[in-house]
Design a protein. Structure first.
Length: 52
């Protein structure tokens, strides 16, 4: 029983770490995409003013 509980704990820890890494990656990716979109919108906005 102890061996099974230990294995279960290790698997839970493993999945938890993967989940946390996934959340971190998702947050960084979202932040990067926001920066890219923000830069693109700023560039387009500047171009619109230049055309006016």
């Amino acid at each position: 029983m102890k061996k099974n509980n230990y294995t279960l704990t290790v698997e839970s820890l493993f999945y938890t770490v993967i989940f946390l890494v996934f959340i971190l990656f998702l947050a960084l990716f979202t932040n990067a995409m926001t920066n890219v979109i923000g830069a693109f919108e700023t560039e387009a906005f500047t171009s619109s003013i230049a055309q006016l």
